[in-house]
Design a protein. Sequence first.
Length: 368
Amino acid sequence: MPAAVPIESVSVGAFEIPTDRPEADGTISWTSTTLVLVEVFARGKIGIGYTYAHACIGRLIADTLAPLVEGSDALAPEHTWAAMQHAIRNLGRQGLVATAISAVDTALHDLKARLLDLPLCALLGSFRQEVPIYGSGGFTSYSDEELRRQLAGWVSEQRCAYVKMKVGSEPARDPHRVEVARLAIGERAALFVDANGAYSAKQALGLAQPFSDLGVSWFEEPVSSDDLPGLRLVRERAPAGMDVAAGEYSYTTDQVRTMLQAGAVDVQQADITRCGGVTGFRQIAALCDAFHIDLSGHCAPSLHLHAACAAPRLRHLEWFHDHVRIEHMLFDGAPQPKDGKIRPDLSRPGHGLTFKHADAARYAVSTT
């Protein structure tokens, strides 16, 4: 077994990138997205991890997590993950703290793979060599023409077999918007909707049949993901052929276990930038396998790719417009779709991403 490789240093930075146009879903709107980057260094190698969160977690990483990471064994990221979980006990395991640990953990796994000169999926063990994606955006702030153009583009240009749109800002208009989307993609792709918890259970059930009549086969967060009885009610009464999905706001494996035990979802979602990084994502993948429930990766497709290849019951990854644009702007090695799928570049070690510091400098913001 190789000797331990001490981690020499940790750096953190934050970058706020404006959206290309205003974006909104069923519950919030935004005009920028913040990426928090973590880099870990050992033996001339750099491991990269990141999350989409508030810049304030930079101080938590620098003050609380980095001292645990520095000097730890770069070949044992799970050991360091456990140490971080213990260190934040009194701060709370969920929310911003979980995103901070996620960024550090993905950087640690990337570093280990680079030290061993292996692509991360080879280090983790692959169940597949490519991952289906679904085009995701269709924001409620878009005009009908913007919605039509974006969804049709994913189908015709990137050959996505599935596309997703946001609903919930104006429930009365949602059937119209879903019809616009269906006409734009025809029968060439499956249509998903995401309410981001905007509906009540009765509203969601009232819309489920009209959505189904328009061919919607995925109803994401029809009610708040905190409302497990509501999710289960919608799941049990939704039309046949319509899956209910949730889980993007699950920060711990305990939350996922509770959701699965409640019978709340047909497809469990997980976000590697929130759920504890590669370590947490793999734990969730094992839970999904044990419950015979498919797993879908939420957003950040470039960061999910290798871990998704190592998940036994993975269905697909979200090709989220905002994150795809940022990842291709700021990282060399971000994957390009082919026939609705993305593949790891096995010629590049780690997760294959290199951060473009010079290009990102204009977006840098303070973490204090």
